[in-house]
Design a protein around this ligand. Structure first.
Ligand code: KG4
Ligand code: ZN
Length: 337
């Protein structure tokens, strides 16, 4: 079955054609970083306008790349949330119009769940291992889930304040680095002692798998501005590098400690990771060295927001429950996962 995937939850417009959940025939991602960079973060109204402008040409380009027509599509899968309400409405209404006109079924997909599925797409289906631990590390979410099989999850931990990517973006802003901050911090931290500055992630009482990053963000602010926020000397580039490296290491050590705790407590056979922060090479190296279980990462073009993961997961969800959501799918800005 050929699935057309549509992703417009935030600041990427992406369209993909995926066969039977795994084979990507074509995939385009149009990122809006250029549009939002001068504001230091995503401006929802601008994001929406760009989605509207390019969604139709992107569909045409995706079909052309795969040498197929809309008639060949068997299912349309659209990201239904979480995300920006306006941006979600554009993707969903576009998908509804298309499904209605083509008389094809439509399915709404949870974007966070799709981030985890992205790590499974690179593997041949028979090799996927369950039960597994799922780790979502994105700009909007940080969670640990037990995966019984695709579609069956139990959340064991989440962030109680900032998401991990959000913490990277906010700390980067304090260091005068452009948006998005994660890759900038990774670059600045390269080759620097990550233990130079002591930064401690928060602990959540009675919830060993929950995360808290906002305290660390405040600690970085004090390092930069002084304890009374009246530091008189300029922070040097070298000091910024030490802060970036120490922050990155402290955050990743916290994630890895919780992963180790989880795999000791729960009988899992693999770890699947998803979300933009999994692009970070330092994280990949640290985790691979810390655990002996197989670790699955999304391929480079599947870690940030993308439509291939939406189409891929859409296939499995539809096969398990072939419900046409044409009249029921609605944007859900916050979906528990
Ligand atoms: O998954 P994603 O595209 O967004 C959400 O669905 O929320 O992830 C975007 C996040 C941003 O916060 C960005 O700073 C972070 O992923 N990110 C990184 C890296 N590349 C992207 N964080 C750390 N290191 C990176 N190399
Ligand atoms: Zn995302």
């Amino acid at each position: 079955m050929l699935v057309l995937g549509i992703e417009t939850t935030c600041d990427e417009t992406s369209i993909a054609l995926v066969e039977n959940g795994f084979t990507i025939l074509s995939h385009v991602i149009s990122t809006q970083i250029d549009l939002h960079q001068e504001f230091g973060g995503v401006v929802p109204e601008l994001a929406c306008r760009r989605h509207i402008d390019i969604i139709t040409p992107l569909i045409a380009e995706t079909l052309k790349c795969a040498s197929v027509t809309l008639e060949d599509v068997g299912l349309i899968a659209v990201a239904k949330g979480p995300g920006l309400i306006g941006a979600l409405l554009i993707g969903i209404n576009f998908a509804k119009g298309l499904a209605w006109a083509l008389k094809k079924p439509l399915i709404g997909i949870n974007h966070i769940e799709a981030h985890l599925y992205a790590a499974m797409m690179s593997e041949s289906p028979e090799k996927l291992k369950f039960p597994a631990l799922g780790v979502v590390l994105s700009g909007g979410h940080t969670s640990l889930v037990l995966i019984k099989k695709i579609g069956e999850y139990t959340r064991i931990g989440e962030t109680i304040d900032d998401a991990i990517g959000e913490a990277f973006d906010k700390v980067a802003k304090m260091l005068d680095l452009p948006y998005p901050g994660g890759p900038q911090i990774e670059r600045l931290a390269q080759g620097v002692d990550p233990h130079a500055i002591s930064l401690k992630p928060g602990k959540v009482k009675g919830k060993p798998f929950d995360f808290s990053f906002s305290g660390m963000k405040t600690s970085v602010l004090y390092k930069l501005k002084g304890n009374n926020l009246k530091r008189e000397t300029e922070v040097t580039h070298e000091e910024k590098r030490l802060i970036a490296a120490s922050f990155q290491r402290a955050v990743f050590q916290d994630v890895i400690d919780k992963i180790i705790l989880a795999i000791r407590e729960y009988p899992v056979e693999a770890i699947y990771l998803g979300g933009g922060v999994t692009q970070n090479k330092e994280l990949r190296t640290l985790l691979e060295n810390a655990v002996s279980l197989p670790v699955y990462w999304p391929q480079a073009n599947l870690s940030l927001d993308n439509a291939a993961m939406i189409a891929g997961l859409g296939y499995h969800k539809f096969m398990a429950c072939p419900e046409d959501m044409l009249f029921t799918v609605e944007p859900e800005t916050r979906i528990p996962f």
